[in-house]
Ligand binder design. Structure first.
Ligand SMILES: Cc1ncc(COP(=O)(O)O)c(C=O)c1O
Length: 377
């Protein structure tokens, strides 16, 4: 396979020390994104390498570990060969074909619907990845002015971009208005800023109302964002107030859709249907007041295989099938905002072993990558 099918992303580090090859273990150590299990995996690697190798074989993605020679491969290419061909280490290794396959899974699931797939850039903002997704036809979901600038630099069509967030800054809203990206309304003060931005930019803003549907996504509370106590979205009992405000600003605002994002790591797709039922009811109410609502945005959140334990997870097709009929019944364009499920299984963080030390009871395999490169929350 040509090297161009990989996206190597070296962290900004000086080249690591060169060791004579015979002093290094044959294989790289490796960690898969997402990173929440990293420390555990490190410890396990030092104690039970066989168990980890067995678990690694269960990964259903572009990385495989062969029982024959023990080498880790990405799309059939030895990661060791990639290591030998790059001059900066450690590095992130991405599979471009896997990114394409992940995108295609959504694209195929959406056949028969008008849709926008907006990649949630916060999941991984590597410019090469953004450019690749943009070339595939993806839009972008943004939560800061810098993400908006990055998306524009990567060439995304602004009319396939959605600017989210509960603390959007006026200057960033002005840019969003000028570029013609969709803007999600999150609160009363947010709406005030959007009106001001529209005036400064002298452009009408296409709005989606982020309604909090109060649906429990049954995930960790830190990644549950569509229930009543969430800091995101408008309270549904305030809906009429927002509609009246939009009506009062016909030169600045055009309400074109409704948005919700329930949370992340969702593994029960029925939850998306529960939310969609509520959302189309809101859309019916909004349309009854004369608004031309074209878009239903159901956010992101499809779960991924965090634990590599062979769990059977819902696919994009499973997700879309739960909302398909509803969307068709109202003649809506569906917007989805996948992050993790587009990118998480496409990447590994490739490290080399710098040495082995012991504290007397435990051995530690020390590697050239650290928390400096493996950022996590
Ligand atoms: C508004 C919004 N959309 C989409 C996403 C992407 O979610 P996920 O990575 O779970 O698909 C997030 C993540 O936090 C988000 O806040």
């Amino acid at each position: 396979m040509a090297a161009s099918q990989f996206l190597a992303h070296p962290p900004n580090l000086p080249k690591s020390l060169k060791y004579p090859s015979h002093s290094l273990p044959l294989q790289p150590s490796f960690f898969f994104k997402p990173h929440s299990k990293t420390l555990k995996l490190r410890a396990v690697l030092s104690e039970k390498p066989v168990a980890v190798a067995a678990a690694a074989n269960k990964f259903h993605h572009c990385f495989t570990k062969s029982d024959d020679d023990g080498f880790l491969r990405c799309e059939g290419v030895k990661v060791q060969d990639v290591i030998d061909s790059v001059d900066k280490r450690p590095f992130y290794l991405y599979s471009k074909p896997q990114i394409t396959r992940n995108f295609d899974a959504y694209h195929e699931a959406l056949i028969g619907l008008r849709s926008i797939i907006g990649y949630a850039i916060k999941a991984n903002n590597n410019l090469k990845i953004l450019e690749h997704l943009r070339q595939l036809g993806c839009g972008a979901v943004l939560v800061s002015g810098n993400e908006l600038r990055l998306a524009l630099r990567a060439g995304f069509d602004p009319t396939k971009c959605i600017f989210n967030g509960n603390g959007k800054l006026l200057e960033d809203l002005v840019l969003a208005a000028k570029e013609g990206v969709f803007v999600n309304v999150d609160s009363e003060f947010d709406l005030e800023n959007i009106v001001a931005a529209a005036r400064i930019a002298a452009k009408k803003v296409n709005l989606l109302l982020r309604i909090n549907p109060d649906v429990d996504p049954q995930v960790h509370p830190y990644v549950a964002t569509g229930n009543k106590n969430s800091k995101f979205g408008i309270r549904n009992e305030k809906l009429q107030w927002f509609l009246d405000e939009v009506k009062a600003h016909p030169d600045e605002l055009k309400l074109v859709g409704a948005h919700c994002h329930l949370g992340s790591t969702i593994t029960k797709v029925d939850i998306f249907k529960d939310a969609a039922v509520l959302m189309v009811n809101y859309i019916d109410q909004i349309r009854d007041q004369g608004f031309e609502i074209e878009y239903l945005n159901i956010g992101g959140g499809l779960g991924i295989d965090y634990y590599h334990a062979g769990a059977v997870l819902p696919t994009p097709m499973d997700l879309i099938n739960t909302v398909r009929e509803l969307v068709l019944s109202r003649g809506l364009t569906l917007i989805i905002e996948p992050g993790r499920s587009l990118i998480a299984n496409t990447c590994c963080f490739v490290n080399r072993v710098t040495g082995v030390k012991t504290n007397g009871t435990k051995n530690f395999v020390v590697i050239d990558g650290s928390m400096a490169e493996l950022i996590h929350g």
